[in-house]
Design a binder for this molecule. Sequence first.
Ligand code: FAD
Length: 369
Amino acid sequence: MHQAEALALLRRIDQRVRQQLAPQATAIDQQALYPQAMLRGLGDDGAYAALLPAEHGGSGLGLATLMAAIAEVGAACGSTAFLAWCQSACVYLLLHAAPRAELQTILAELAAGRRLGGPGLSNAIKHLAGLEPMRLRAEACPQGYRISGELPWVSNLGPGHLFAAAAACADGDKLAFLVDCDTPGVQLNAGPPIAGMGGTRTLCVKLDQVLITPERVLAEPAAFAGFIRRVRPGFVLAQAAVGLGIVQGCLDDILAANRRDGEQNRWLDHSYDELAAELAVLWREAKTLAPLAEAGQLAAPRVLRLRAEVSELCLRAAMSAQLHAGAAGYLLSHPAQRRLREASFIAIVTPTLKQLRREIHLAEQTQPA
Ligand SMILES: Cc1cc2nc3c(=O)[nH]c(=O)nc-3n(C[C@H](O)[C@H](O)[C@H](O)COP(=O)(O)OP(=O)(O)OC[C@H]3O[C@@H](n4cnc5c(N)ncnc54)[C@H](O)[C@@H]3O)c2cc1C
């Protein structure tokens, strides 16, 4: 039953990708077109609600189905797949947050795509790995907390949108919270031009004494560490799906190039068959890990290893697609050119490839395989 529903969802998304997204992919990349209607459409189709069990009004199709949906999007446009991940990450955070009435209402709106948002958690995740200080400070006040500081990059933002973030109190304790972009004290500023992912509405967020009421606290200090431990594996797995989709897009480009230049292309490294086999192995692992992550039974190193392997495969596949396409792939309008930038984004977005390798190394030292 679930399998038939999952297939029906993926068919709806495939159709939406072909009809709505594929024709816009170049404009999203080169003219910073923000694919708002597409993101809302994915909500209408039921993509984000796959994460929610029936008691939360979802379909219960699960993380593996959401990942397949994000990957379908990513094969056509990495930026839109990343935005779909941002949205799904917010849904996942709220699903595991303290059960508060206001958060439950917002959860339903996010899952349906009626409201959009992004996770501003790179800083907190890097902080917990010992890589940088917390950028946001929280001061307790009679109405809740006042938050100040700056996050240099948060995607999927805009008027009416939301973002999740974390801040440190004076005693070093941390809390996670959800903010409306329109809340007094929140400023969204465009940063310097970026090499790719132009349509992701990635903005620098400044918070000046922003009031967070108890209803908007996702995890109070006492629950913070457990909350991050609970959500991180699913959060990272869903992000890996963006990379798996980009690899599929590279394979599509290679196939198209081989129809033209197959004889010469067989001299290249990383052939279609080799990359497709590697992709299948990573998908098998992802599908094994997804239900474990949802059940809270997945230890971090296994998912970090998969996420690192996805980054590495993305880089190899994108370079290979460019070489297979030859001079055609050097045209700015060619998808292989765009995918090079999408693939390098997968390796530099938190958790970055360098952070993943460091964390895996540290985990192996404390717990030899
Ligand atoms: C397109 C895009 C979208 C993103 N979306 C999100 C999001 O939705 N949520 C989220 O929490 N994070 C987001 N990020 C941030 C991302 O996850 C990483 O935290 C960020 O790329 C820094 O990674 P790093 O660990 O390599 O940085 P570091 O190792 O800290 O930095 C590497 C080098 O880059 C420099 N550097 C770091 N940041 C900047 C900057 N803003 N400007 C100039 N130089 C800099 C550092 O000084 C250092 O020299 C996004 C980043 C990008 C590029």
